[in-house]
Design a protein around this ligand. Structure first.
Ligand SMILES: Cc1ncc(COP(=O)(O)O)c(C=O)c1O
Length: 449
């Protein structure tokens, strides 16, 4: 029996799927593409801001641009006065080029390139310093203005993390910041944790508030902390997810491939997105005493956030035309135009689990759509010559046997899935990105770049 994992119902996506627009685009673009819904990004951003306001916390949202290369989301940040978290010179240029002000940028990542540090300093961006040698390179880079820095904290609870400064390094960094005088403006501390747990974020944030108070005693500004990203996204319903985790095994996948349940992204999260921020703010660091929100207020510390995936929740999907279908004993192999590199999960020995939606090509008539037509389990392969190029190893329970010309829509892929691993392998063109909005009731579109 195939296990199903349908994405949460999405009436806006259904309207677009029913409108015929996606087949028209597949015809015009001659291949796979992604569609983007910036109105969803706006709504997610507004929800994060509302969570800060409701908790009485002064804060700023910086969209983690690494989660998607599209420009439209950065344009939305510029329009809304939100910040952007950039981790490369390319991301920084793109953000500036789409109207985000330098002072609204946070620059993260390990050992940043000299070019990135120079432009960041010149533009007045806030640089999250990851190592002492990076700090050494900063004085003077800002010309006649101080270089703005956060000191990134090594998370002791995640000893395998390669990021951040440990206790001794932090102590030394604070000394050097104080000694740098006007050349460096130490504005506070930062972290980014792997995983999605609430309490460890509240705990470490509480520690950073204390560190700010201590740093101020040495004359440093220390008036803000960044708690990074890692706000989970809830893709599928709890019961489907629980059934899947309890039941999945090699028999559910092409080639009897085995996946460890722990290697999957947690596709169901009871507390997700801006609600996760609400929970972090309401939690007491260390498990007792005032909430994080209260501690931030009392200490006059500004809270910076760097959500990527959560700002992109339901803000885009990926569309692959069916190029062929063949039968194997008990299931089928659907081959699509495109590759698994446009549905990045293979970095994590994992796969993208929300079910793709089959959109029939109506120009072929409705034969094969009869209610008696039996569900057709099939995995989904890419159009490359690699045996391992599967978008979905799992045997998906398609409602009918897909046909050439049908479309598979992988829902909710804007956060990391659609382009972080993309490659023009085989000289296949990269899937373009199409921005969809609505003109009255009618969906309309333009290319992202
Ligand atoms: C420093 C930093 N900030 C923010 C993020 C964004 O995380 P997410 O997309 O899970 O919110 C990341 C992701 O790796 C990161 O490394």
């Amino acid at each position: 029996m195939a296990l199903t994992l349908p994405a949460h119902p999405d009436p806006l996506a259904d309207r677009i799927h029913d409108s015929g627009l996606l087949h028209e685009l597949a015809h015009g673009l001659r291949g796979p593409f992604h569609y983007l819904l910036p109105e969803r990004f706006d709504a997610n951003l507004a929800a994060f801001r509302a969570a800060l306001a409701d908790a009485g916390v002064e804060g700023r949202v910086h969209y983690a641009k690494k989660a998607n290369k599209a420009s439209v989301y950065v344009e939305r940040c510029a329009a809304a006065g939100a910040g952007v978290d950039v981790a490369s010179l390319g991301e920084l240029r793109d953000a500036l080029g789409h109207g985000v002000r330098g002072e609204d940028l946070v620059v993260t990542g390990p050992a940043k390139s000299p070019e990135l540090l120079l432009v960041a300093a010149r533009q007045g961006a806030l640089i999250a310093v990851d190592a002492l040698d990076e700090l050494e390179r900063l004085p003077g880079l800002g010309g006649d203005r101080p270089v703005r820095v956060l000191l990134r904290r090594y998370p002791q609870d995640q000893p395998r993390s390669r990021f951040g400064l440990d206790d001794a390094q932090l102590h030394e960094a604070l000394r050097r910041c104080a000694a740098a005088g006007d050349a460096v403006r130490m504005e506070g501390f930062s972290f980014h944790l792997s995983g999605y747990a609430i309490q460890p974020r509240a705990d470490l944030a509480g520690e950073l508030v204390e560190l700010c108070l201590k740093a101020r005693a040495s004359g440093l500004r220390a008036d803000r902390i960044s708690i990074g990203g890692g706000f989970p996204v809830d893709y599928v319903a709890a019961d489907a997810w629980d059934t899947f985790l309890a039941g999945q095994g090699p028999g559910h996948y092409h080639g009897e491939k085995a996946f460890a349940a722990g290697d999957f992204y947690p596709y169901h999260s009871p507390v997700a997105g801006a609600d996760a921020l609400r929970a972090i703010l309401a939690a007491s660091p260390g498990g007792s005493g005032p909430s994080l929100a209260e501690r931030l207020r009392r200490a006059g510390v500004l809270l910076l956030l760097e959500p990527g995936r959560a700002l992109l929740d339901r803000a885009g999907s990926s569309v692959f035309p069916v190029q062929g279908v063949k039968d194997r004993a008990g299931y089928g192999i659907v081959t699509v135009d495109g590759t698994s590199l446009s549905l990045s999960e293979q970095w994590f020995n994992s796969e993208y689990l929300p079910d793709p939606v089959l959109l029939r090509d109506r120009s072929q008539g409705t034969a094969g759509d009869e209610p008696t037509d039996r569900p057709y389990p099939a995995c989904v392969g890419g159009a490359s010559c690699l045996d391992s190029d599967l978008l979905t190893w799992r045997k998906i329970a398609f409602p009918a046997r897909p046909r050439v010309g049908d479309l598979l829509v992988y829902p909710n892929t804007a956060g990391y899935q659609m382009d972080s691993n993309e490659s023009p392998f085989h000289e296949l063109p990269l899937p373009p990105k199409v921005v969809v909005d609505h003109h009255g009731d009618r969906p309309r579109w333009h290319l992202d770049r």
